[in-house]
Design a protein around this ligand. Structure first.
Ligand SMILES: [Ca+2]
Length: 540
């Protein structure tokens, strides 16, 4: 199968059952917003907003922000993948749009989440690689929605520091995948697990947080963090006041490893049906590995069979999340809120899964930096003719905050670099950015330190250590099998993109650009000068 045959994707929508909107809002006087989704869990909550129930329907659309961690752009039926089963994500695409060229500018967890929080480009929010998200930014997504009159709640993986930071949410219930980075921190999921399954080990499956191995979840699936995240979210929907606009962020910690779906999802797939890893004509240098390879290897040709095994567990994890997203959407319908809800689905980055002999993320390549992006808007916004279509413009995580504020009818702060995706749905494409910037500070190895640009047609990558370059023609070669940087037929295109990157980086000064040329061998910079400094803790 040509799994990257993306442009034909939305014909898959023909198989999707039509979604009948609920016509009347349910008024439930006992359903006032309540931060405590689970009676056994204590939400990380700041003082409650003064929420006054008015008419039955919220005057502003509810916003459901769905994200998953390390979710590849091509692992959805609506992205043209003929193997994976994602009927609920496909239904969102059928009712909305797929952004065909959506990227995470800095494709690891924390800098990607800084872009989501602030609506800014990496240089402007200040995280150029995998560091710690600042405790406060002048403009933050949950705070902006709260100030726009929303009840704001976050569920699942935030990956913020300190780990109970709210960034303006009225409350959160978090699952931090076992990470303990703040003194005494216990995630709400782990606290719940301890009460729900006393004496059991939440990590009993035995696969690490960055491992390439896959395995069936060892415990009852109702204990799995994917179920906990969805259940906690839908309890918020059941308890909320539909008259008050709701901003609900639901952030799944999977399909990030461990690739540990329950057996019924692992058994949806066979190894022989999995797409093989794609290996470019330039990628042999990443094939060698220690023997045996470390369980969390970032590179290495671990064999065709291992790539298929990893993919089977990953695909099972994706379909498991898809099922749970279906339950969240159904709860919105049951409460009569669906018709008036904007839904956005994305991820912080992808997962190489052995492509180009690489694993995990932080690379400029499609499997790592290209992310899924689906947007479904409420009925009363119109634009019916755009539903079920795909849009080619380059979009990025910085565009989410202005999209939500646009839907809320709230002003977009001047500091925001992103733009509302609804403008593209409206057909206002003339002023959209022609390309998007990507980058990552040193990660795993000093060679993995790069800047890149792409418009979804071409991708240019500049490696800071030695000044080497790569150029890919994504229209002909979405798998990035052939590096064209030394092909004379592409020399003018290469020069054009190099000059674009030079202009883009000029604002950063002589550590990046000297005499109109990109600096080779520049020093690694994890935080830029614009990162907010937390005076209380002197972090950074
Ligand atoms: Ca991540």
């Amino acid at each position: 199968m040509e799994r990257r045959d993306f442009l034909k994707s939305l014909t898959a929508g023909a198989a999707i059952a039509s979604l009948t909107p609920a016509l009347s809002a349910v008024s439930d006087p006992s359903a006032a917003p309540d931060a405590s989704a689970n009676p056994k869990a204590t939400p990380n909550a700041s003082p409650r907003a003064n929420l006054t129930a008015g008419s039955k329907a919220s005057p502003k659309p509810h916003v459901l922000f769905l994200m998953a961690d390390q979710f590849r752009w091509d692992c959805m039926g609506c992205a043209g993948n003929r193997v994976i089963r994602t009927p609920n994500l496909d239904a969102i695409a059928h009712e909305g749009v797929v952004f065909q060229n959506a990227y995470s500018s800095t494709p690891t967890c924390t800098p990607a989440r800084a872009g989501l929080l602030t609506g800014q480009a990496p240089w402007h929010h200040g995280m150029l690689g995998y560091g710690a998200v600042a405790e406060h930014y002048p403009v933050e997504m949950p705070r902006c929605l709260r100030e726009a009159g929303y009840y704001t709640f976050g569920v699942g993986k935030m990956h913020w520091f300190p780990q109970k930071t709210l960034h303006g949410f009225h409350g959160t219930l978090v699952d931090e995948s076992g990470r303990v980075e703040s003194p005494g921190f216990i995630s709400d999921y782990r606290r719940w697990f301890r009460d729900e399954a006393p004496g059991q080990d939440p990590d009993a499956t035995g696969i690490g947080w960055n491992d390439y191995q896959a395995g069936v979840y060892a415990l009852d699936e109702k204990l799995h963090p994917t179920v906990w995240t969805a259940q906690t979210a839908l309890e918020q929907i059941r308890r909320c006041d539909p008259a008050v606009p709701l901003f609900l962020k639901v952030s799944f910690a999977r399909p990030h490893s461990p690739y540990d779906p329950p057996a019924r999802f692992m058994n949806l797939y066979k190894e022989e049906d999995m797409p093989a890893a794609v290996v470019g004509d330039w990628a042999a240098k990443y094939a060698p590995h220690a023997d045996p390879p470390p369980s969390d290897a970032w590179h290495g040709d671990l064999g065709e069979v291992q790539a298929l095994k990893s993919r089977r567990g990953y695909y099972g994890s994706v379909s498991f999340i898809d099922e749970q997203i279906g339950k969240i959407v159904q709860t919105l319908k049951d409460r009569g809120m669906y018709d008036n809800t904007l839904i956005l689905f994305t991820s912080d980055h992808g997962d190489m899964l052995g492509d180009h002999n690489l694993w995990r993320k932080s690379y400029a390549y499609e499997s790592s930096a290209h992310v899924p992006m689906l947007l479904r808007w409420p009925r009363n916004m119109g634009m019916e003719g755009k539903r079920g279509t795909a849009l080619p413009q380059p979009v990025e995580l910085r565009d989410l905050l202005p999209t939500f504020l646009d839907a809320a009818g709230a002003p977009i702060p001047k500091s925001v670099d992103g733009a509302s995706l609804l403008e593209l749905v409206r057909g206002n494409t003339a002023k959209w950015r022609p390309w998007i910037d990507l980058e990552h500070a040193v990660c795993y190895s000093k060679e993995n330190h790069w800047n890149a640009l792409t418009d979804g047609r071409f991708k240019y990558i500049y490696f800071a250590l030695d000044g080497s370059e790569q150029l890919f023609d994504l229209r002909k070669d979405r798998g990035e099998r052939r590096d064209l940087s030394n092909d004379p037929a592409y020399s003018a295109i290469l020069k054009e993109w190099r000059e674009r990157l030079t202009r883009h980086l000029a604002e950063r000064g002589p550590s990046y650009v000297v005499d109109g040329k990109l600096v080779k061998g520049r020093k690694n910079m994890l935080y830029g000068p614009l990162i907010p400094v937390d005076e209380a803790t002197s972090v950074r």
